[in-house]
Write a protein that binds this ligand. Structure first.
Ligand code: PLP
Length: 397
């Protein structure tokens, strides 16, 4: 028996979401058109927007539909910078700064590096503790120094939960801290939205990213939830849809599927969290029984219920993943493969792990369709897979 244990990469599409998508996609009109067909599609978009907003504790006007999490994150970081700074790194004689955590997804981290390299932004990459949680004391020191130096933080982005470890970040404390310095905060909730209750209005955040394919909608839809007064500049131009910051024909079918998937996730959240945490703990205990020297990352932190990131000494991620795949078990290394090449885990390195640990990382992520039988299939397969992976690495050395 095989097992799909890579839900954080892409979750299986929820049948109701697929059906809603197909139904809406069969409508004819462009939602911007004035005729009856267009109005029908427009209604689908607006009703979906209302549903998305209701699930996330937001106002419908705060929902900016995007193609996914990457676009939402880019808009939150680059669009925010452009709105405040335009081309230069200074406004009213004050240097502008960017703060992101060391464990951000590349959609945020690379956007921030782009601003540092191309726009002269002062970039601060905020460290995390050994458990992979934002170090609030260190950040507090940095923000004080920045304020004394007259730097204005234009962009502050910290994810709600990490995609590799699942570690949940202290967003309420961060929002309070940033608020004392008048800084607005964006949070990438792409992984969190499937598993945790999110109340955008109560969170104090200025902006928040989500992605449909992490929660049961098809790939190709996401959203940036952004307060109306949080200025954002568009990063592509055209028909000025979505408050003028995200031009392009609005994806009605995607919006419908996202709304259905979010509602379904919210309805089953509490039971699912308990079920998944039980399965994840069983997988973790089983893995440690097979490889007692394995290191579990963020084990001491609050984690998303289905995440398990481990490093297994004496192995390489790619050979373990390949052998698991041969047995029909889908997992991943910490970081997503880039063009099919398995890289060292960025989270392991940010948590202070060694290069060796980062190259032997193995991530299992469980979700809606995961069963105990799948977990057991992985545990049955792992002993021989790890033995072969260790032998292969010995052979190279
Ligand atoms: N942010 C996080 C935390 C993610 O895990 C991902 C995808 O893995 C993204 C952003 C990018 O989302 P998308 O694949 O929808 O572009």
């Amino acid at each position: 028996m095989g097992a799909y244990l890579d839900h954080a990469a892409t979750a299986p599409v929820l049948p109701e979401a697929a059906e809603a998508f197909a139904h809406a996609a069969a409508e004819l009109g462009n939602p911007s058109a004035v005729h009856a067909f267009g109005r029908t599609t427009r209604r689908i978009v607006e009703e979906s927007r209302e549903e998305i907003a209701a699930v996330l504790g937001a106002d419908p006007a705060e929902v900016i539909l995007t193609s996914g999490g990457t676009e939402a994150d880019n808009l939150a970081v680059l669009g925010r910078w452009e709105a405040l700074a335009g081309e230069g790194p200074e406004v009213a004689g004050r240097r502008l700064g960017v703060v992101v955590s060391a464990i951000e997804h590349p959609a945020v981290l690379e956007s921030a590096h782009h601003l540092a390299q191309r726009r002269g932004a002062g970039l601060h990459v905020a460290p995390v503790t050994a458990d992979g949680v934002l170090d609030l004391d260190a950040l507090a020191d940095h923000l004080e120094q920045a304020e004394r130096a007259g730097v204005r933080i234009a962009v502050c982005s910290v994810m709600w939960a990490n995609n590799e470890t699942g570690a949940i970040q202290p967003i309420p404390e961060l929002v309070d801290l940033a608020g004392t310095h008048g800084i607005e905060v964006h949070s990438d909730a792409v992984q969190a939205a499937a598993h945790l209750p999110i109340d955008f209005g109560a969170s104090g955040l200025a902006a928040l990213s989500i992605s449909g394919h992490k929660l049961g909608a098809p790939v190709g839809i996401g959203a940036l939830i952004a307060r109306r007064d949080h200025a954002l500049a568009p990063h592509h131009h055209g028909g000025v849809q979505e408050r003028g910051v995200r031009s392009g024909t609005v994806p009605a079918a995607g919006a419908r599927a996202l709304a259905v998937a979010l509602t379904a996730a919210a309805e089953r959240r509490a039971d699912e969290a308990r079920r998944l945490a039980g399965l994840r703990d069983r997988l973790q205990a089983g893995l440690l029984a097979i490889a007692p020297d394995a290191r579990i990352w963020s084990a001491g932190a609050d984690r998303l219920p289905g995440h398990l990131l481990a490093s297994v000494p004496g192995t390489r991620s790619e050979s373990v993943l390949f052998a698991l795949d041969m047995a029909g078990i889908a997992a991943s290394a910490g970081s997503a493969c880039r063009a099919g090449v398995v890289g060292a885990s960025a989270a392991v390195l940010a948590l202070g792990g060694t290069e060796e640990e980062a190259r032997s990382s193995l991530r299992f992520t469980l979700g809606r369709t995961t069963t105990a039988a799948e977990v057991d299939a992985a545990l049955t397969t792992l002993p021989s897979v790890l033995t072969r992976a260790r032998a292969a690495l010995e052979g190279i050395r």
